[in-house]
Design a binder for this molecule. Sequence first.
Ligand SMILES: [Zn+2]
Length: 69
Amino acid sequence: MDSYQVTCRSCGASNRIPADKEGVAGKCGSCKADLPPLYSQPQAVNAETFDRFVASYPGPVLVEFWAPW
Ligand SMILES: [Zn+2]
């Protein structure tokens, strides 16, 4: 995947985000509103980093919990 398409929540414009900008917050090209950072791959978090990652992310977060047992 070379890029992502992100719809701006403020103006509805479609923004192309280069794949190498994964995890980097951007600005809408039309209205300059903040666009949330995107991730194409699951992000591994642990007990120490979970709260900070989820609390700081500006959009919905899908969480899969996993354990070896
Ligand atoms: Zn916009």
